[in-house]
Design a protein around this ligand. Structure first.
Ligand SMILES: [Zn+2]
Length: 52
């Protein structure tokens, strides 16, 4: 399964499989920015990691 990487505007970075980055960024956005993201929004910010 291809890995995904997402970087928050604050510099927070998470990489892993799709479920992991989605859960991590949703949790981060809520905890650090009081922002509610959904899966679609996270995946729109995600980039596939080459060579994983
Ligand atoms: Zn952030």
């Amino acid at each position: 399964m291809a890995q995904q990487a997402v970087r928050c505007f604050c510099g927070f970075h998470v990489q892993g499989d799709e479920d992991h980055v989605v859960a991590a960024l949703i949790g981060h956005a809520l905890g650090f920015h009081q922002m509610t993201l959904n899966r679609e929004q996270v995946l729109a910010m995600a980039e596939p990691v080459a060579g994983g």
